[in-house]
Design a protein around this ligand. Structure first.
Ligand SMILES: [Zn+2]
Length: 372
């Protein structure tokens, strides 16, 4: 109710900034019998809602006047973690205890963590934590190539592939199951379909979590900065009217590459591994150019690529990953004069092994052997 009051006031006065909204709305919330920090959080939430509305209007998207439907309680103040429980204040020295399970207790007992806020909804509680992370000094780079059937990670020295074909099967099967529903009632059909959708999402996300976790662990072990390509706009390749079949399009669009990137990024940030995001221009041609001589590669069977001028033969994903890691390394070297302070370790490392020697050190045999 407080959030909706704030939204109403914000809409009337046409304000979206936190400062002006709090000066306008705070006094109107005096009637609510709640601790003042909840009022502040309500104002902040209303402010977020109003800001995103403003953004949509700016882009010309039709928006109705916003209204917070789901009850939720957010606060960064007043709560406490004691006796394996979260103690939520209700005002007037009254409290409400939410017991924490063993896993949460284990996570939260880490002294490096700071608990910042909690969010309470009808069915869930989330606790927001933060940590000071020491950047790991990386001496190498390694690329991540996201494909429909696998994620490939590595550089010239090692290549690892994580099979994701199971994810495709899960999606296919879910679609088949949902298509086979013969219930006439739309509401019930929707309910069951959403249940299967949830199941699919959970199963796939578990697969992806396993892969990304191992990738980040390998990166920490080898002290490698992770290089990620820019594949923005990939969905445009599989739109209606591009001359592809429905099945094919739905398969390509069920590909959760954004989720993979999100997981890798947050896991890397959490453990202090630097991430290098290649721009669109830098990503271009990573899977068509020979990593040894720079010649354009020819397509072979089974996603194999081969080079006419030096005879290199390698898997498409392996080539992409090696090229990516190399381009990332170039970026490392380029960042030398600009941010010396922030990436001191990386800069020193790059000066130790310059890019040219690394390229010379690769040979064709090694590439095709290390594919597995
Ligand atoms: Zn070549």
């Amino acid at each position: 109710m407080m959030v909706n009051d704030c939204i109403r006031i914000g809409l009337e006065a046409n304000v979206t900034s936190l400062k002006s909204l709090s000066s306008k709305a705070y006094h109107n919330l005096a009637d609510y019998d709640a601790p003042s920090y909840y009022k502040l959080c309500a104002i902040s939430r209303a402010c977020g809602v109003l800001a995103s509305r403003k953004k949509s209007l700016k882009r010309g998207i039709y928006t109705r006047s916003p209204y917070a439907v789901k009850p939720q309680l957010v606060s960064c103040y007043g709560f406490k973690l004691i006796d394996n429980a979260l103690r939520v204040p209700l005002g007037h020295h009254r409290f409400f205890r939410i017991p924490l399970n063993k896993y949460t207790q284990e996570i939260l007992c880490d002294p490096a963590l700071r608990v910042r806020s909690f969010t309470l909804t009808a069915s869930q509680m989330s606790i927001c934590i933060s940590k000071e992370v020491q950047q790991i000094e990386c001496t190498k780079t390694a690329g991540v190539d996201r494909n429909l059937r696998n994620i490939t990670y590595g550089n010239e020295e090692h290549i690892e592939q994580y099979d994701l074909s199971k994810a495709i099967n899960i999606t296919k099967r879910t679609r088949k199951i949902v298509a086979a529903f013969r219930r006439n009632d739309v509401r019930i059909r929707k309910k069951i379909a959403s249940k299967y959708g949830r199941r699919r999402k959970n199963r796939i996300s578990r697969l992806l979590h396993c892969a990304t976790k191992t990738i980040v662990e390998t990166a920490i072990e080898n002290r490698e900065a992770i290089v990620i390509e820019d594949i923005k706009g990939i969905r445009k390749l599989y739109q209606k009217g591009n001359g592809q079949g429905r099945r094919y399009r739905s398969m390509m669009n069920s590909w959760s590459f954004g989720e993979v990137q999100r997981q890798i990024e947050y896991k890397a940030n959490w453990s202090g591994i630097p991430i290098i995001r290649l721009t669109k221009g830098e990503t271009m041609g990573t899977s068509t150019i020979c990593p040894i001589c720079g010649e354009r590669l020819l397509n072979g069977r089974n996603r194999m690529l081969w080079c006419i001028s030096c005879g290199m033969k390698a898997d498409r994903d392996v080539v992409a990953v090696i090229n990516q890691s190399r381009r990332g390394r170039v970026r490392f070297a380029r960042s030398l004069p600009t941010d010396k302070g922030a990436k001191g370790g990386a800069v020193e490392a790059v000066m130790g092994n310059p890019t040219t020697t690394v390229i010379l050190g690769v040979d064709a045999l090694k590439l095709s052997h290390q594919k597995t």
